[in-house]
Design a protein around this ligand. Structure first.
Ligand code: NAD
Length: 514
């Protein structure tokens, strides 16, 4: 019997012992920086001349790892291995596949701070954010393992007296898993483990700025007993390796999390049927967001400001769920803005190794993009705090608030993916919901209100995949808050939810005449 699923607790860093242990893990990882990492195809380590250099975004001089880089030839080799391995892996009993996930979760749990420390160095995550990322990775392993134990029973269907009917869910084939850098461990591990526990084989192309933590995860899967060839580790250029595998006639499904732009490209390309292809590819694409916190005039204003600041600036706003728009009733607008500015000014920005509140943004590209939106913000709104970037050591940007932004401004519509939030004044609650729904995204949102009528109206009309009341709009927990968005935020596949594994299976009905 397995214990009921409960989510992995977060580390309390106010406890001195926990701080000391985390510091030891940071030291350990620091001593491992700069190593080389090969590709893994069919269990074989392959070193290439071309390398992806993973740098520390807090300290550009520091190399986290030099990772071999797949090209189309190696991607093809990996595809052939995954295709062949599928024929055996799909026959492994679901409970044994699930046991591999449970063992992997136990291994990660024992080395929890070490994984989080990698995220501090490779993704620039503050301690708390890194700890939450690792906890979420453990949760995905524990949760999808248990989901598979349920799914193996299939779903009940009726049988007439003359027959016996059975509906089973069987694996699809080779899946290409393309993961983002912002939850470099959790989302990568979640997408990979869901696909494999359902009986598929995987070609894993992690994001190019965070390939080392993905390598460490493959080592864990191997230690947990995953056979060679089930997950193949092939970091590489999205344009070269990504397009090649998305187009490949033997690719059965693509599980993607990333930007709207790349998601659309994959969706379109995957729709084309290539010579030799005998199926329609399935695409699970989870994409960007433009997430809103609505504050009505009955709200607890301290809670409103805390929710906005925490959701906007946690991990420097680099979450698909981050609050990038605060839409506030005119009666309380000035007060919420003032309180939010005060809280924002308390945040420390710097190298997260030193336990700062905010670290850097991801890389030069992210820095340039966010700074360009800050320039746009200066035209479109009133800069009330932040606005500065600092490239001396890493890619640091101050938490930034723009006030009095028009509801149709670019700052209110486009995903910035950095520590920038726009404040917009509205005349009443209906107007607030209108603004909340005025983008092409639909990922998360929150309403801070003490009026039941407004909460219920928002429940009906605020069109997002994850809607929260009287709290911030980030921090979904596996198994508790299944996560995925509407419209251009993706296919609403609800990661960490009870129906997620179905995306990686196909239903097979058998009927036996008695
Ligand atoms: P990205 O789209 O730039 O990259 C995601 C992955 O796609 C990377 O591994 C990248 O190498 C790969 N890629 C790039 N071009 C490709 C191509 N032509 N073919 C195949 N793969 C290709 O996104 P990112 O910058 O890593 O992540 C940030 C984005 O992800 C934001 O938009 C954020 O909102 C979104 N995101 C969404 C969710 C969600 O659950 N909806 C979760 C996390 C992040």
């Amino acid at each position: 019997m397995y214990q009921d699923y409960t989510h992995e607790p977060f580390t309390d860093f106010t406890v001195e012992k926990n701080r000391e242990e985390f510091q030891l893990a940071l030291k350990l990882v620091e001593s491992e920086l700069g190593k080389e990492y090969p590709l893994i195809i069919g269990g074989e380590r392959i070193t290439t001349e071309a390398k992806i250099i993973s740098e520390n975004p807090s300290n550009k001089e520091q190399i986290v790892g030099a990772v071999s880089k797949a090209n189309q030839h190696l991607a093809e080799q990996a595809m052939q291995v995954a295709d062949k391995t599928f024929n055996t892996w799909k026959k492994w009993r679901p409970e044994v596949r699930a046991d591999i996930l449970f063992r992997a979760a136990a291994i990660v749990r024992r080395r929890k701070h070490e994984f989080s420390a990698y995220l501090v160095y490779e993704a620039g995550k503050p301690w708390k954010e890194a700890d939450a990322d690792t906890a979420e990775a453990i949760d995905f392993l524990e949760y999808y393992g248990r989901q598979m134990l349920g799914l193996k029973k299939g779903f009940p269907v009726k049988s007439r007296k003359i027959e016996k009917n059975k509906l089973a869910y069987i694996p699809l084939g080779v899946g290409v898993v393309i993961s983002p850098w912002n939850f470099a461990f959790a989302i990568m591990a979640g997408m990979t483990s869901a696909a494999l526990v359902a009986g598929n084989t995987v070609l894993l192309k992690p994001a190019s700025t965070t390939p080392v933590v993905a390598y460490k995860f493959i080592e864990v899967l191997e230690e947990a007993g995953l056979p060679d060839g089930v997950v193949n580790y092939i970091p590489g250029s999205g344009a070269e390796v990504g397009d090649y595998l998305v187009d490949h006639p033997r690719t059965r499904f693509i599980s993607f999390t990333g930007s709207r732009e790349v998601g659309i490209r994959i969706y379109e390309r995957a729709a084309k049927v290539h010579p030799g292809q005998i199926w329609l590819k399935r695409v699970v694409a989870e994409m960007g967001g433009k997430d809103t916190i609505v504050v009505d005039h009955t709200a607890d204003l301290d809670l409103a400001a805390q929710s906005i600041v925490q959701s906007a600036f946690g991990f420097s706003g680099q979450k698909c769920s981050a609050c990038s728009r605060a839409v506030i009733h005119e009666d309380v607008y000035d007060e919420v803005l003032e309180k939010s500015i005060a809280l924002t000014k308390e945040l420390t920005v710097g190298n997260p190794v030193d336990d700062t509140n905010m670290g850097p943004v991801n890389d030069q590209g992210a820095f340039d993009k966010v700074m360009s939106y800050i320039a746009i913000g200066k035209e479109e709104g009133r800069l009330v705090t932040g606005g500065e970037g600092d490239l001396t050591n890493g890619y640091f940007i101050q938490p930034t608030i723009f006030a009095d932004v028009d509801e149709n401004a670019r700052l209110m519509k486009e995903e910035i993916f950095g520590p920038v939030v726009a404040f917009c004044k509205v005349k009443d609650f209906d107007h607030a919901l209108e603004v909340a729904n005025n983008t092409e995204y639909g990922l998360t949102g929150a309403v801070i209100s003490n009026k039941r009528e407004h909460i219920e109206k928002a429940r009906e009309e605020f069109h997002v995949g994850n809607l929260y009341f009287n709290r911030g709009c980030t921090g979904a927990i596996v198994g508790y808050h299944p996560f995925g968005g509407f419209n251009m935020s993706g296919t609403d596949s609800k990661a960490g939810g009870p129906d997620y594994l179905l995306h990686f299976t196909q239903g097979k009905l058998t009927t036996e005449q008695l």
